[in-house]
Design a protein around this ligand. Structure first.
Ligand SMILES: [Zn+2]
Ligand SMILES: [Zn+2]
Length: 97
């Protein structure tokens, strides 16, 4: 399957959090919502450290507050560029905002 283009940031070259070179993509909505986020381009360039290999307070995954903020950002971008809150709720099953 062809990968989608992310619609969140201007550049794919640098980690959105720390500015290091991109090593991965983080899907703003993940787990069982990851495939939908892939289709919608709701993902950001990220380095491995900020994604899932760094200290837990410096990364997204397994860091509860960061994981919630990620979902909120995903919804905010969806509502800014794709559809309404009701559309988001229908597609992703709930609203994070
Ligand atoms: Zn980083
Ligand atoms: Zn991720």
């Amino acid at each position: 399957m062809k990968k989608s283009k992310q619609i969140v940031t201007d550049s794919d070259r640098y980690c959105i959090f720390c500015g290091k070179s991109t090593e991965a993509e983080h899907h703003l909505l993940f787990g069982n919502k990851r495939a939908l986020a892939e289709k919608d381009g709701l993902k950001v360039p990220i380095c491995n450290n900020c994604h899932n290999t760094g200290p837990v307070l410096s990364r997204i995954h397994d860091n509860p507050m960061a994981e919630i903020l990620s979902k909120m950002l995903g919804q905010a971008i969806y509502e800014a560029k794709i559809g309404t809150r009701e559309d988001f709720r229908r597609r992703y099953g709930k609203s994070y905002l």
